[in-house]
Design a protein around this ligand. Structure first.
Ligand SMILES: Cc1cc2nc3c(=O)[nH]c(=O)nc-3n(C[C@H](O)[C@H](O)[C@H](O)COP(=O)(O)OP(=O)(O)OC[C@H]3O[C@@H](n4cnc5c(N)ncnc54)[C@H](O)[C@@H]3O)c2cc1C
Length: 378
């Protein structure tokens, strides 16, 4: 007898499952893939290097309760994420900060730094739109430099857009950090699970009230019909938390929800190091957006090194591709609402997570949402 059926063993499903299990509910998690962990799954490649199969994931949060909850299932390797942009062969810290300023604007940098500090204050984040509005041509020059060399080409690749299709309000939000801190995130809690994400999931799901069923598509076991939920043909009166792709589940009856996907190209080198930091963004050239060198992310001590190039593309084939980034425009959100409306007409059927809610979540965001949902359902 199962009280709660959870579809998907990513952070959404696993966190909700664990909390409900601890409250005494019998939980079954059904996962389509042959592994747990959702898109945060990591594993060893053929060379013994720990890699993230679905792209690099770094844990960071300001939310103490999320950090405390996940810390029950892992220790942390104290990794602080610093990203470099490769701009015509020169490495520049991003987001653009005072270190970047001095590398790029050399003899003008001291004067621009003073201007930034006196106008906006030390440690502030200044959107480039504000710099553009400034009457000082040197500040405008900084804004133009960032737009052209850090933002434009990268964003075009990421979202498959032409320059004129890029929303100026989004462009304007790209920040300059009036600080010498090269950190990519400003969150209090940052790190990588010491033994990897998959062992974190294994510990979270190890509970007498949790059963995990892998390699099973919910579409083959779960049916929603005339206000009732059926599991393997029998009416199911427990709770269902669905974290899969909601359009697929309803046979795309209103149309397919658009996503961007990523194609990864993995390479191994005998050398100990490939690039200066774990993640380098390619912001002016190359078809890939970034390269991740995994041992620099995970802290693994291993001979040789494995890297992954990341190529964004339109999501066209659900059998061969993974939907990664939802494309949140009015049209797509209106389409999503149709699925949401249909799902919400079934009592005890809850949508949770990046695919079911058609919404980007960071790990901490989905963990918090799953914790809240589980609390209300227990
Ligand atoms: C490239 C990339 C990099 C990212 N990097 C970071 C980062 O550095 N830090 C960070 O905080 N966040 C990062 N994120 C976000 C992070 O991936 C998400 O927060 C997290 O994966 C969301 O968890 P989820 O449970 O909603 O979805 P998922 O992890 O996708 O889990 C959903 C699960 O449901 C399963 N499923 C789907 N349909 C069915 C079905 N019909 N039947 C059974 N099972 C099904 C899937 O196989 C999957 O295992 C990144 C996202 C991307 C795309």
């Amino acid at each position: 007898m199962v009280d709660v059926l959870i579809i998907g063993a990513g952070f959404g499903g696993a966190v909700a499952g664990r909390i409900l299990a601890e409250k005494g509910k019998k939980v079954e998690i059904i996962e389509k893939r042959d592994h747990i962990g959702g898109n945060c799954y990591d594993c060893f490649d053929d060379h013994g290097v720990l890699i993230h199969k679905y792209g690099p994931h770094i844990f960071h949060t300001k939310i103490k309760e999320v950090y405390d909850f996940l810390s029950r299932f892992t220790e942390w390797y104290p990794y602080k994420h610093e990203v470099l942009a490769n701009v015509y062969g020169t490495y520049l810290p991003v987001p653009f900060n005072l270190n970047t300023l001095h590398k790029v604007f050399q003899e003008d940098a001291d004067e621009i730094e003073e201007l930034l500090v006196s106008t906006y204050g030390k440690e502030s984040r200044v959107p480039i739109l504000k710099l553009r509005e400034s009457s000082n041509p040197k500040l405008q020059k900084v804004a133009d430099y960032i737009y052209e060399n850090v933002f434009l080409n990268y964003t075009m690749k990421q979202w498959g857009k032409k320059p004129e299709e890029i929303d100026p309000s989004v462009t304007g939000r790209v920040p300059v950090l009036v600080s010498y801190d090269n950190g990519y995130f400003q969150d209090d809690y940052q790190g990588m699970p010491k033994d990897g994400f998959t062992p974190l999931f294994e510990k979270m799901l190890k509970h007498e009230n949790i059963k995990v069923t892998l390699s099973t598509d919910a579409k083959n076991v779960l049916k929603l019909e005339n206000g009732k939920i059926y599991r393997d043909g029998k009416e199911f009166n427990g709770l269902v938390i669905f974290t899969g792709a909601v359009d697929e589940f309803f046979d795309c009856k209103y149309g397919r929800l658009p996503y961007r996907t990523l194609h990864f190209v993995s390479k191994y080198f005998e050398e100990d190091s490939y690039q200066p930091v774990a993640v380098v963004n390619y912001t002016v050239d190359q078809d890939y957006t970034r390269i991740t060198e995994y041992k620099k992310l995970t802290g693994q001590k291993v001979k040789g090194t494995s890297i992954m190039e990341e190529y964004p593309a339109s999501y066209t084939d659900p059998l061969k591709e993974t939907p990664y980034y939802s494309i949140a425009n009015d049209e797509n959100l209106a389409l999503y609402e149709k699925y949401q409306k249909e799902a919400s007409s079934y009592k005890n059927f809850y949508l949770l997570g990046r695919l079911a809610e058609y919404k980007y979540y960071n790990i901490d965001g989905i963990t918090k949402k799953a914790m809240e949902l589980a609390e209300t359902l227990s």
